[in-house]
Design a binder for this molecule. Structure first.
Ligand SMILES: C[S@@+](CC[C@H](N)C(=O)[O-])C[C@H]1O[C@@H](n2cnc3c(N)ncnc32)[C@H](O)[C@@H]1O
Length: 343
């Protein structure tokens, strides 16, 4: 009898499996409800009975009990006696002061809810090849963050979750030893640049980003700025990179843009780069990262920006259009790779 990779004695039938995916669409919503209602903080502070949780969180007790039971059978919270819930290790990232800042990234008053709405229009993106975020909200995510700075905290928390697995290995990348000045292009909150400069006292740096995230970078990089080791430049990189340096870092930036835009940004970096300088692209690559996580991210990039995840060869082919050649690729943590490019 023919078998497939997904079938086996204990595998569900294909229709059952696919129907389960449909039902699973609610999982992230339930987790975001828990984040928004701050259930973990309430339970950790001793409010453990459903009736009390519902009163404090402004929720319907019966509906909240069902949410908590849904989460408890997935290991997030535990029903220790009927209608009374306790924390579990899996629930800890939902605490507001958890170092990952996961709760903030998923609070439905922040950016996640908008991103979810853009994802709901995936069919439209697949039909047109265009991003749905601007179609739903009338402006790009970057314009949205500028217009509504209260969304910034959750966006920043989300970005920190993305870069936390690779920021340590990136700070140890071989490029920094011989460099003098790093330009973090689309540097966001400045946390990556701060980590690199902290690790290499001989380096100075500049962060180039548009308005919204530079407000966070100003706070993150203030100690280094006070020492004269760092500047923050609020600037649209499509108008040119207004500062020189010998390493131009593009971390989680390339996947936000179309091929032509990536070539434009690479050319503008090259124009600003000192002789013998290099561009360092940090991305998760479709031919190196876990296929499930990189294809997930790829569809998020489609709906949010009409961007995409790329393979090593796809990135180096774009680099070649900007007269840059790959001189090394280093695996970092969390499925990310650093590709070094030179003229
Ligand atoms: C996905 S985030 C990456 C942030 C950071 N590099 C990291 O790895 O965490 C992309 C960044 O590009 C910035 N950005 C988007 N368009 C830009 C533009 N035209 N000029 C400068 N920065 C831009 C955004 O503000 C955002 O901080």
């Amino acid at each position: 009898m023919a078998t497939s990779a997904t079938s086996g004695p204990t595998s569900p039938a294909p229709d059952t499996l696919l129907f389960r995916w449909f039902m699973d669409a609610g999982v992230s919503q339930v987790m975001q409800v828990a984040a928004t209602l701050r259930l973990a903080d309430r339970i950790a502070s001793g409010v453990t009975r459903v009736a009390d949780l519902a009163r404090d969180a402004g929720a319907d007790a019966d509906a909240l009990r069902r949410v908590l039971r849904f989460l408890a059978c997935r290991g997030v919270f535990r029903e220790v006696e009927p209608d009374t819930f306790a924390m579990t290790t899996a629930a800890e990232p939902l605490l507001d002061d958890h170092p990952s800042r996961f709760r903030r990234s998923q609070d439905l008053t922040g950016c996640a809810a908008r991103q979810d709405r853009a994802y709901m229009e995936l069919l439209q993106a697949v039909r047109t090849g265009r991003a749905t975020y601007p179609a739903v909200f009338g402006r790009t995510l970057w314009e949205d963050l500028t217009a509504e700075p209260e969304l910034l905290d959750s966006f920043d928390a989300e970005m920190a979750i993305h870069h936390s697995p690779f920021v340590g290995p990136l700070a140890e990348h071989a490029s920094w030893a011989s460099a003098r000045r790093v330009v973090d292009v689309g540097g966001g909150s400045g946390r990556i640049l701060a980590r690199i400069l902290d690790h290499h006292p001989h380096l100075s740096g500049a962060l180039v980003d548009t308005g919204p995230t530079t407000a966070i970078a100003v706070r993150t990089l203030e100690p280094l700025r006070a020492l004269g080791r760092c500047e923050i430049i609020e600037h649209d990189f499509f108008d040119g990179v207004p500062v020189s340096g010998d390493v131009f870092l593009l971390s989680n930036v390339v996947h936000n843009w179309s091929d032509d835009d990536v070539v434009r940004v690479l050319r503008l970096c090259t124009d600003a780069m000192e002789d013998n300088g290099r561009v360092l692209i940090v991305e998760s690559l479709t031919d190196q990262a876990d296929p499930e996580s990189v294809t997930q991210m790829d569809l998020w990039m489609l709906v949010l920006f009409a961007g995409r995840q790329r393979s090593y060869d796809e990135i180096t082919a774009l680099a070649a259009r900007a007269d840059l050649q790959a001189v090394g690729a280093t695996p970092l943590g969390g499925e990310y790779t650093a590709i070094a490019l030179q003229r």
